[in-house]
Write a protein of this length. Structure first.
Lengths: 907, 258
């Protein structure tokens, strides 16, 4: 009997081979992604354990601020270091600072690409050897005015000890002398993320706040258990701080990577599952045909004494063999795929810790089982049919297709159709995750229904579609049509694969189109300005840019917009302490956890006609440093209205209380960059690890407050015109170089500039917006730490504090050509203004700040020009909750550029 | 018509008092209903003696094949009963009927007798393989040498001539030593020489090996190889003839036409 199965299989090997391909693909995708996921996760776990070598405990703020990029934490006071040193069982304590920066080489070129690939981090050089995992290989530890560079960056950029190097921080560019080159243990740097290590005092001052750290690492006395150490510390910690073990911290740090890798692998696994699903239809079809062809042979077997079970078994056995072989090939191919995907991720800038592939049996069991089971199940119906063949048929006519009229088929089809309808109907209004599951299941049911019911409609349909064919080609068309109609069940299952393929593509296309349409319409509704200028770097634009643009003759009014993130108490401190949270917050958050909110800072007196916030209550005129306007959504979550208090927590300044003075109808922003953000998270974390500074636990986004990556803002490295060109050409495992763009979102902190030109738009609805606080106490002249920056992030104040700095971040802003449409003279000027000296080809201007047209804006284009600047219009934060992931109202993922509002959605 | 004791004792099976390997009692097979009703078998009662070669003759459409299928357990009767030995197969369940076909009955069809993916040898042992039995080596050798396929045994059916294929089919039927072999126009697709070979071969199996064979044919020449001929017309047995010759059979058939 087995011989029979094997012989049968061999006799239609070609046909089955084609069938098996779908199974091979499906299984290999699943195996490949699981193996890759296991490998990468293990790699990150190991790497973070290395990074935190010697760290027995971490002390940090207990206030975690969720942001679309992950969580960050309020900074912790440096005095805690001294306090901890006195604790029993503590051997060493070190404060840690970490924040994204941009390095400028001796030629004035940015090193690495802060918006592509791993971010560049500014860190402090810990003076505590036990808690500093960097090893100097040349030169000396940093002192104020000097820094230590990681060896890879130094090698790549050809920098040696004694060279001068620029560091872009939020407030501008500062020159440092390279005092030393360091490695991270054996490794040159952490996963390709350039690192600059400043002396601790200077790092605090420039990268954090003087007198604060992002987190504090503690080494325990000999032999002390980590948990014991943490338990000992916890009793004496100051309010608002918490201690966790080094292991927990490592684990937490690896979390975002795991999440990202999980998302990535889930995404690809989905393709595997779809391939298997489609494969199921193909297998069904193949076996149906095979069985029909072999009816006489099967009847003969029955006549000479094969039982029904034996016939069934021989067909199923054949399917099982196909499934086993295909799954085995798929498993092997999957391992190869994992290796390939790793290369791909590397090429995309997600450099992964080098490590042999993790081949865990669990990675194979499910996909291989699924591959076999699906193959066998798909062959079940044809096999059953085979087993029902009457022995007399051996003598006679070929089998006639009866399945078209078969009741089971109609019943299955009807149930599937109804099921699909019900699931989609329920899913339509369900919450997102369930909706996705339900609608996904509905989709599958639809395919089943369409295929099962095929015989009902295929005959007339084929007749209808075939009519023109008959008319044109005569007998040929007639035969083709008749053939399709003759055996509608066969036709139906043959077309199933195609139906599914086209169906899925259509679903995805529609989903993508609706998503971008809704983003576009949201953006378009809110942004009524003619142009929007966004920075080419996540460091944002200098506030000066808005002023300079505003000063142009052809510009009527331009205003800056600033963003940051804040944590909102959850459940909220409702009006008069009402604990009820009407629309409920996020149920996954515990009491006392913070919910993330986006805070937007505006100049209310300049916002008219530029951004329409649709004020529904109160007035934006009342916005001051201590007041806020909130979106309807946020207000309902918090249960607040005009006159109530809300408390927001900021990384730089901790908890701040605001009075609500206005309500806004909607978010001016919608997000579509969640994935990019995730990618960015990975880079940052990886960089952190490499530097041995697991900065704030993984959830703490130690990259410092103000800038948060804008993946995608092509950045200094890569101007838009080159984006495609500068895709991953670079060799494997090299740090990001300029020219490798990262996709994603713009600005963390500083501004998008909304511009209105006169004679374009006669009237503007008086838009509210949140009102900036004119007086701007924390603004320009500042430098004071005094009254908290109220949610405003720190870029501005840095500028103030470090007056000597040159151009602020975002100097490389430029107007993207081609986006601004129409022949308007304003474009040219604006372009020049923002990016002086830029050549039409869109190449980067090296003459920073050069004035090619006499209109150059000081500081806008270069880090080497531009003098001290006053931030005249420092904006006060206004809270509004934007959907997670939203970053910028410009909705831009391109390098800094200006776009017209109307064409905005097209980018 | 054979009028033997309907319940022969198995132990009493001797050359002198022939026992019946199979018999039909008042077999009725109706296809369709109402206007389209066809009585393919209209009350057939007959028996097939052990160790003899019986031919079923009759014009086309007379019900020969139907009778064979029903007696062989390939098809079910509308009424009446069929016995293989002592077993009333009309009462058997599907599973037991399959087993009975496998173990006690051999088949030779007009065409498409062999599983195309198996070699000649594998086709010969197929019923035993299905039963999970080891073929009797000596018997197999005997059968195979009688078939005279020699080195063609390891060829696929597609590599054999029609006559060779039919010989393999007969060998398969013989190999499992069934109680009875049914052959439905086994020479229908063969030229006269190949046909004669097969008929010789079957005759030999009866005389030398004591095999019981029932053969459906409309060819008087083929019927001449049999020990006995039954004549069927319109679903009824109309005559029988011992030791038929081609001339006598032809004469008898001509009478039907009149
Ligand atoms: N499956 C069937 N359905 C309807 N009528 C049938 C079927 N098989 C045979 N018949 C009819 O039964 C009669 C006997 O057929 P058959 O036994 O094949 O004749 P023979 O083998 O003698 O030529 C014929 O009239 C034939 O048309
Ligand atoms: Mg016939």
């Amino acid at each position: 009997m087995f011989t029979l199965t094997v012989r049968g299989l061999r006799s239609h090997l070609l046909r089955l081979g084609a069938t098996a391909l779908a199974v091979v693909l499906g299984v290999s995708f699943m195996v490949g992604t699981t193996v890759l996921g296991d490998t990468v996760k293990a790699g990150f776990d190991e790497a973070f354990a290395d990074v935190n070598l010697g760290v027995d405990a971490v002390v940090r703020s207990d206030r975690e601020i969720p942001t679309p990029f992950g969580a960050e934490r309020v900074r912790i006071d440096a005095t805690v270091v001294q306090q901890l040193s006195g604790e029993p069982n503590v051997a060493a304590v070190a404060g840690q600072v970490r924040r994204p920066i941009r390095l400028i080489d001796t030629a004035g070129e940015p090193i690495g690409n802060p918006n592509a690939g791993p971010p560049t981090f500014g860190l402090n050089w810990s003076e505590v050897p036990d808690l500093n995992n960097w090893d100097l290989v040349a030169g000396a530890a940093p002192t104020p005015g000097t820094l230590v560079l990681d060896r890879r960056t130094a090698t790549d950029a050809n920098i040696s000890v004694g060279d001068s190097i620029g560091v872009d921080i939020a407030s501008g560019t500062r020159q440092f002398t390279v005092s030393g080159i360091a490695t991270f243990g054996e490794i040159d740097n952490f996963a390709g993320a350039p690192a600059a290590l400043l002396s601790t005092a200077e790092a605090q001052e420039l990268l954090a706040e003087p007198g604060t750290f992002d987190w504090i690492t503690v080494a325990g006395a000999n032999g002390i258990d980590q948990a014991e150490l943490v338990a000992g510390l916890s009793g004496s910690l100051p309010d608002g701080t918490e201690a966790i073990t080094g292991e927990a911290f490592s684990d937490e740090s690896a979390g975002p990577f795991r999440d990202f890798i999980n998302q990535f692998t889930t995404f690809i696994t989905a393709f595997g599952v779809i391939a298997l699903f489609v494969g199921g239809f193909i297998i069904f079809n193949t076996f149906a045909v095979l069985v029909a062809q072999r009816m006489r042979e099967l009847a003969l077997l029955r006549a000479v004494g094969a039982s029904r079970g034996q016939v069934l078994g021989s067909v199923l056995g054949e399917a099982a063999l196909v499934g086993v072989v295909a799954s085995a090939i798929g498993a092997v191919a999957g391992v190869a795929l994992a290796a390939g995907l790793r290369q791909l991720l590397d090429a995309l800038g997600l450099e992964l810790p080098p490590r042999p592939l993790a081949l865990e049996s669990a990675a194979f069991i499910l996909p291989v089982t699924l591959g076999i089971v699906i193959t066998v199940l798909s062959a079940l119906l044809p096999a059953l049919r085979a087993s029902r063949v009457a022995p007399v048929e051996a003598m006679g006519a070929a089998a006639i297709d009866t399945s078209a009229r078969s009741t089971p088929r109609l019943v299955v089809g009807a149930i599937a159709a109804v099921g699909a309808g019900v699931m989609v109907a329920i899913g339509w209004s369900a919450e997102p995750t369930r909706a996705l599951q339900l609608i996904g299941a509905g989709l599958v049911a639809t395919f089943v229904a369409v295929t099962a019911l095929g015989p009902l409609y295929l005959r007339p349909l084929a007749g209808f579609i075939g009519a023109p064919l008959r008319a044109i080609t005569g007998i040929t068309g007639q035969l083709a049509t008749e053939n399709a109609r003759r055996n509608p069940a066969r036709t139906s299952s043959t077309t199933a694969a195609l139906t599914i393929g086209i169906g899925l593509v259509t679903v995805i296309a529609i989903a993508a189109a609706s998503a971008s349409a809704s983003v576009a319409s949201a953006t378009q509704r809110s942004f009524t300005s003619d142009l929007i200028v966004t920075p080419d770097s996540f460091l944002g634009l200098s506030p000066q840019v808005a002023e300079d643009i505003d000063a142009l003759d052809e510009v009527d009014v331009a205003t800056g917009l600033r963003f940051t993130f804040a944590g909102v108490d959850q459940p909220s401190i409702g009006p008069q302490g009402d604990p009820a949270v009407p629309d409920g917050g996020d149920p996954t958050l515990g009491l006392g956890d913070l919910r993330g909110a986006t805070v937007l800072g505006i100049q209310p007196d300049r916002i008219d006609g530029l951004v329409d916030f649709e004020v529904t209550s109160g007035s934006l005129d009342d916005l001051t440093g201590a007041t806020v306007a909130v979106s309807a959504d946020e207000a309902s979550k918090l249960g607040v209205g005009v006159g109530d208090q809300v408390t927001l927590s900021f990384q730089a300044t901790g908890e701040q209380s605001f009075t609500v003075v206005g309500g806004l109808r909607r978010e001016p922003v919608a997000s579509r960059w969640r994935l990019h953000h995730l990618a960015r998270d990975v880079r940052c974390q990886r960089a952190a690890r490499q530097q041995g500074r697991p900065a704030g636990a993984d959830r703490v986004r130690p990259r410092g407050g103000p800038h948060r990556g804008s993946p995608g803002s092509g950045t200094s490295g890569c101007r838009l015109p080159h984006r495609r060109g500068c895709r991953p050409r670079r060799p494997h495992r090299q740090p990001c170089r300029p020219g490798r763009p990262e996709r994603g979102v713009a600005v963390r902190l500083a501004c998008a500039v909304a511009v209105h030109r006169p004679h374009r738009r006669g009237e503007h609805a008086v838009a509210g917006g949140v009102r900036a606080n004119q007086g701007d106490r924390s603004a320009a002249g500042g430098g004071h730490q005094g009254p908290p920056d109220r949610g405003d992030d720190r870029a501005g104040s840095h500028g103030d504090r470090h007056r000597g700095h040159r151009a602020g971040p975002g100097h490389r802003a430029r107007v993207r050509r081609g986006v601004v449409r129409g022949a308007d003279t304003g474009r040219t000027h604006l372009q020049r203004a923002v990016h002086p000296g830029r050549q039409p080809g869109g190449h980067r201007d090296h003459g920073h700040g050069g004035r090619s047209d006499g209109r150059a804006v000081p500081g806008v284009a270069g880090q080497s020009s531009g003098g001290p600047r006053r931030h005249r219009h420092r904006m006060t934060a206004v809270a509004h909750q934007a959907p997670a992931g939203s970053q910028t109202p410009t909705g831009s993922s391109a390098p800094a550029r200006a776009t017209t509002s109307h064409h905005h959605q097209e980018q | 018509m054979t009028t033997t004791d309907p319940a022969p004792d198995a132990g009493a099976a001797t050359q002198n008092t022939p026992t019946l390997a199979a018999r039909a009692e008042n077999a009725l097979k109706v296809y369709g209903s109402g206007d389209t009703e066809v009585r393919a078998l209209d009350g057939v009662t007959c028996g097939f003696e052990t160790g003899r070669f019986t031919a079923i003759m009759g014009p086309s459409g007379s019900g020969k094949s139907t009778l064979m299928h029903c007696v062989a357990g390939l098809d079910t009767l509308t009424g009446g009963a069929v016995f293989i030995g002592d077993t009333d197969i009309t009462t058997l369940r599907e599973r037991d009927l399959t087993q009975l076909r496998r173990d006690r009955i051999g088949f030779v069809f007009q065409a498409f007798n062999l599983v195309p993916t198996l070699t000649a040898a594998e086709n010969i042992t197929l019923p035993m393989d299905l039963a999970g039995r080891k073929p009797d080596k000596e018997w197999m050798d005997n059968v195979v040498s009688t078939v005279g396929l020699g080195n063609r045994l390891n060829h696929r059916p597609s590599e054999l001539s029609g006559g060779q294929q039919q010989r393999v089919a007969v060998a398969r039927a013989l190999a499992a030593r069934p109680d009875i072999i049914f052959a439905d126009e086994p020479t229908g697709n063969l030229d006269s020489r190949a046909g004669a070979e097969i008929l010789d071969f079957m005759r030999q199996a009866v005389t030398d090996l004591g095999q019981t064979i029932v053969m459906v044919t409309h060819d008087p020449m083929a019927a001449a190889y049999a020990n006995r001929a039954l004549f069927l017309a319109d679903g009824r047995i109309v005559d029988e003839m011992d030791d038929p010759t081609a001339e006598r059979v032809l004469d008898r058939l001509k009478q039907f036409g009149e």
